[in-house]
Design a binder for this molecule. Structure first.
Ligand SMILES: [Zn+2]
Length: 502
């Protein structure tokens, strides 16, 4: 058995108005794909004599990332030149940070499936600029698009604290969530706004030294992160089993074949000759600035998890849903506010609480997560916002809807019809119920008539019930609901049925 040790290096394109060192528009800010080489200037195309200027918005955002990850924020930092030649790097060097990154020594706790938590230490998060993009035509020239050149990048490096593919995936997913909550990166992996590199080595359990490190690049989905690690663990274990040596190298993930392929060996490793960027002043980050940013930090996923558990006592599965769907989470909280008003202000609520308060909140969560969500999906609304959801059904109407179910005024069958109608028309539930003749049948006489019809049709079930088969009762109730199109008051129906069966 071998022990797997993994470290991650993750790049995020920052969501800022302009690029890192010039005022060109940053495409990572929107989902629009612009025409190649339209957002460029002498600075981001590396013209001689062009002078870079530090983008303060990007610096503020990397500080936010650092604070969210419990990093130390450096009071003094600087930019360095990382020298190498490649056609996507017009200056012949990349402006990055070498020995004084802005954020140091942080951590992120991830939840593993079995309820365990694991702390992954974060070595650093620094700021740098992205390179241009190369396009290789199959049988033509290679083309360069400089729109991406100079886009601000956060580079995050972890300590080798990760020990499985699952942990690597969970860590990257949580990081994506945090950066999206902070609104500092769209972190879309398919669009290259979040890029993961994995360092992985295997050694024998109990070995003091780590094994030979292999780097995996070109991972553009969480699935690729997970699958490439699983593949690499097996590949390296097989080599070690046969007594062969692992080659220190960079490997690329081949998504179609689901394998890693050797890209370059150690002999080609770069010597970057870092030195301080002479065109930029050193960065001074004041304690006041850090405090100022801290005071404007939005709620983080972990804080929201705790709050949703404490305030609403929802099941973990439902909390996770709301953590990932911010629009519906916001909507849910507005509905709860409406329910609260109703609870405090309505006489009916004080007299006749058909369902307990936690039950009502759970009911609201369930109708939002299951029914409302599928209506939104059917409406083909992508990337919907809370405003969009509210434009369909106001939180007030949704709250009223939940109250009606809680008070036993409509059955769950009728509820589904009413909700769909609410979504389609935007009308309030009581209006729909009246208009569509969906109100509950309350009269004993009418329910009695319906039960008689049902009993006549289901003599076998009646016989079974009399012979002690308890299930038949539920069956008959189901038949009564069907016969009345879901309108018979369920409690009254049950009572009357009991009497009749005696
Ligand atoms: Zn520019």
């Amino acid at each position: 058995m071998y022990k797997t040790t993994i470290g991650l290096e993750i790049h995020f394109e920052a969501k800022t108005k302009s690029k890192m060192f010039c005022s060109c528009y940053n495409e990572a800010n929107s989902s629009l794909e612009e025409k190649p080489n339209t957002n460029i200037c002498p600075i981001c195309t590396g013209q001689p004599g062009a002078m870079p200027v530090i983008n303060e918005e990007a610096i503020n955002k990397v500080i936010m990332a650092g604070l969210a990850l419990d990093c130390e924020i450096a009071k003094q930092s600087k930019f360095d030149r990382k020298n190498y030649f490649y056609p996507d790097l017009p200056k012949g060097y990349q402006i990055s940070q070498y020995d004084l990154p802005i954020c140091n020594d942080g951590f992120l706790d991830i939840s593993l499936g079995d309820g365990r938590k694991k702390r992954i230490r974060i070595t650093r998060v620094h700021m740098e600029e992205d390179t241009a993009k190369l396009f290789h035509a199959p049988d033509g020239p290679s083309l360069v698009d400089f729109n991406r050149s100079g886009v601000p990048l956060f580079e995050l490096v972890t300590e080798p604290d990760i020990n499985s593919a699952e942990e690597a995936k969970k860590f990257s997913q949580e990081l994506q969530l945090i950066f999206r909550y902070l609104d500092i990166s769209n972190a879309d992996m398919e669009k290259g706004q979040m890029r993961c590199e994995v360092n992985i080595s295997l050694n024998k359990e109990g070995d003091k030294e780590l094994g030979i490190k292999v780097e995996i690049k070109n991972l553009n989905s969480f699935k690729a992160v997970e699958k490439s690690i699983e593949y690499e663990i097996k590949r390296q274990a097989d080599l070690l089993d046969r007594g062969e040596k692992i080659v220190q190298e960079t490997r690329g993930w081949h998504d179609d074949k689901q394998i890693t392929i050797s890209q370059r060996g150690k002999e080609n490793a770069h010597e970057y000759r870092y030195f301080p960027e002479p065109d930029l002043p050193p960065l001074e980050i004041s304690a006041e600035k850090i405090e100022e940013i801290k005071s404007h930090m939005p709620e983080l996923p972990s804080q929201k998890r705790t709050r949703f558990a404490e305030e609403y006592s929802l099941a973990e599965k439902n909390i996770e849903f709301f953590i990932r769907d911010e629009a519906l989470a916001e909507y849910f909280e507005k509905v709860v506010t409406e329910l609260n008003c109703w609870k405090n202000e309505t006489e009916a609520a004080k007299k006749q609480p058909a369902k307990s308060w936690p039950e009502m909140i759970k009911l609201a969560a369930n109708y939002i997560i299951s029914d409302l969500q599928s209506m939104i999906k059917a409406d083909k609304a992508e990337n919907y916002s809370a405003e969009y959801v509210e434009s369909k059904i106001t939180p007030e109407n949704f709250g009223e809807f939940i109250c009606m179910i809680s008070m036993g005024q409509i059955s769950s069958k009728i509820a589904k019809i009413v909700l769909l109608e609410m979504f389609k028309t935007g009308a309030d539930p009581s209006h729909i119920i009246e208009e569509k003749g969906l109100s509950q049948i309350e009269s004993d006489e009418e329910i009695s008539k319906i039960i008689d019809v049902v009993l006549e049709k289901n003599k076998k079930a009646v016989e079974d019930f009399k012979n002690g088969k308890q299930n038949s009762f539920a069956f008959l109730i189901g038949q009564i609901m069907a016969e009345s199109n879901g309108k018979a008051n369920p409690e009254k129906s049950a009572e009357l049925l009991k009497t009749k069966l005696k």
